[in-house]
Design a protein around this ligand. Sequence first.
Ligand code: GTP
Ligand code: MG
Length: 295
Amino acid sequence: MNNIKESRKIGKIISKIEKGEYKDNYRRDYSSHVIGITGPLGVGKSTIVYQLGKLYAEKGKKTGIILNDPASESGGSFLGDRIRMQKLSGYKNVFIRSLSSKDAGGISGITRDAVNLLEKSSFEKIIVESVGAGQSEIEIASLVDTCIVVLMPGMGDEIQMLKSGINEIADIFVVNKSDKKQAQRTLREVEMLVNMKKGDWKIPVVLTSAIKNKGISELMEKIKEHHRYFKDNFKKIRKLKLEKELRILIKNEINKKLNCFFKKNLKNYVDEILTNKKDTSTVAKEVVNDCFTKE
Ligand SMILES: Nc1nc2c(ncn2[C@@H]2O[C@H](COP(=O)(O)OP(=O)(O)OP(=O)(O)O)[C@@H](O)[C@H]2O)c(=O)[nH]1
Ligand SMILES: [Mg+2]
């Protein structure tokens, strides 16, 4: 950044955030547009972040980029991330930083604080990269205004991902690595799933080849459209995002408890059915009723 002083100051505060030594009570005023890029390991998230960041920078937008500590992801991309970061930090209006959650525990809280800090510092665009389909990523999805889920062809489990709840958080889908075989097929599969979804925002599916810088300006256009939609329907979307987040988190919690319950009790219920000749569906109903009526 050209304002080296500002950049240093922000960097120092972020280090404090990482150590859990900094907190403030800032509440977002949504003057920044926060864009989340998420998806499974190695689909090209960082490459997309780099291309997008570069495009925003060239358009003169003050851009903040937050990456999760690459060392904690697919170690292999660490060097690539470093090189990209160096290139981007050469732009005078870009601040870029990897976050590590080693000390403060949990990346989502730290990311939230860092996003707040950048908004307070008048960044127009804040891009956040997060990995995986875990809980922290779902939390991150609720803190961004526009959530982009990146997939790639030939993953085999991409549709599984969509079914597992990640589709609930996507405002835009990207099928990256369009230079690979089967990209068109994956595109069609994702489009089919998206078409089944209701709602007044029609989730776009954008085909990109980040490495060749293809499809990135189309993606930027969709991001812009979503931002307009977000601002026009702010209250409604905020509520919906919270609802979605809660629904996913509750499902996760119930699943965890359920697995525990199965491990401990399933055998006993089977024995009970065998001795008392109750049928399985009656027992299942009884068990569930029991669970939901108990404290
Ligand atoms: N063929 C092809 N390779 C790509 C494309 N985009 C990224 N890659 C490559 O895919 C690998 C992973 O890219 P990254 O951008 O690091 O992916 P990521 O999703 O950020 O990875 P993690 O952060 O480790 O989950 C790198 O070797 C990239 O060069 C693309 O459009 N086509
Ligand atoms: Mg990455």
